[in-house]
Design a protein around this ligand. Structure first.
Ligand SMILES: *Cc1c(COP(=O)(O)O)cnc(C)c1O
Length: 357
């Protein structure tokens, strides 16, 4: 792609105001990057960085009717020396292109989009909060725009990158979460779109999520759609189970999101000599392990929280209680190791960081 980015920046010194209490996903920076896909114009065109404002969208835009939408989530971290680091951003754009293929959407040029991402982050770098545990959440999105009510892949699309300054996921420190496994609803089925980061997967998960919330659990632990016995993933995170002699995470068989954090945790653990296996694990194996003491801990992995230690797991009549205020040993250790790399406190020994300059 031989495109130049156009700049339509806010005039003068644009104001940067960050509230003291940054809630996840509520605040946005001054600018976004966007571009349009139009086959009549030869593909991706109109790349620009412009002020954050509402879109002008047809009520007939296909994404509103048939859900052709994909997204990504990653973060930028400001180090103490002022350098700005992105965590494995190429993995997000590679995954976005896999999602695009599955949903019949156009692929993006990873090098170009990564440059565009760095550019908009550089322009709005004052929105990267520097307080402990704070970062800039980056949300790339692509959606279909053809004004048409027939069912087919859209011809035109918009791609944009939205920036949102965020505080630490757990403002009171690294606290365990309560999760609930359910047989009532399923999230995704093999050969469907479960491995794509697409809006519909979240829409499908909301009711189960709502019911879990009503019962005092913050997220759902999804079981497989066919037999409802194998662990899949948790709401917005992949799941890991530590038994005495192995660490297990469900394999990538098309129904779960191939998390960048998941991939990084596997690499870290293998590197430290842990017996890590990507294999199917049943909810009964987890319950039995809890009862006979061979299960040590469970934790989720994802960009927003990095690591979420599981304090309680509810499944039917079973309640697996770990701790409501102390995170598990392994979860805590991994959280520290990964965030130390992300915030530049530890050597980037796997070359995971991409710097802005
Ligand atoms: C994004 C996401 C994850 C975590 O992926 P990361 O790349 O680690 O952030 C896990 N599950 C689902 C359903 C997701 O959407």
């Amino acid at each position: 792609m031989n495109q130049k980015i156009k700049y339509q920046l806010l005039e003068g010194d644009s104001k940067v105001s960050l509230p003291d209490n940054l809630v996840f996903g509520r605040n946005f920076s001054n600018h976004i990057f966007e571009m349009d896909y139009d086959p009549a114009e030869g593909g991706w065109v109109n790349a620009k960085i412009k002020k954050y404002e509402d879109f002008n969208l047809s009520p007939a835009a296909m994404s509103l009717h048939y859900g052709q939408e994909i997204f990504e989530g990653l973060k930028a971290y400001k180090h103490e020396n002022g350098k700005i680091a992105l965590f494995r951003p190429e993995k997000n754009f590679e995954r976005m292109n896999r999602s695009a293929k599955r949903l019949c959407m156009p692929e993006i040029d990873i090098d170009f989009v990564l440059e565009a991402l760095k550019e908009v982050v550089r322009i709005d770098q004052d929105f990267i909060p520097t307080k402990e545990g704070h970062s800039l959440y980056i949300r790339p999105v692509m959606f279909s725009t053809d004004p048409f009510l027939g069912v087919r892949p859209s011809e035109k699309y918009k791609f944009f990158i939205l920036l949102s300054p965020v505080g630490p996921y757990y403002p009171e420190g690294f606290k365990p979460v309560k999760i609930m496994a359910t047989k009532e609803y399923v999230r995704a089925v093999r050969k469907g779109v479960g491995e794509c980061k697409t809006a519909g997967n979240y829409a499908a998960s909301l009711l189960g999520q709502k019911i879990a919330k009503e019962q005092g659990y913050s997220q759902v632990l999804w079981l497989d759609a066919i037999e409802q016995k194998y662990l899949e993933e948790v709401g917005t995170m992949n799941i890991f189970v530590q038994f005495k002699d192995e660490v297990v995470t469900p394999p990538l068989q098309g129904t779960i999101l191939p998390g960048v954090t998941r991939m990084s945790v596997i690499q870290l653990l293998k590197n430290q000599g842990y017996n890590v296996n990507e294999r199917r694990v049943t909810i009964d194996e987890v319950v039995d392990g809890y009862k006979d003491g061979t299960l040590l801990e469970l934790f989720g992995t994802g960009t927003a929280a990095i690591i979420s230690s599981v304090g309680r797991l509810k499944y039917g009549e079973e309640l697996l209680k770990f701790s409501d205020d102390e995170a598990g040993e392994l979860g805590k250790k991994l959280y520290k190791e990964i965030t130390d790399i992300q915030f530049g406190r530890a050597e980037d020994r796997f070359n995971w960081l991409t710097f802005l300059d």
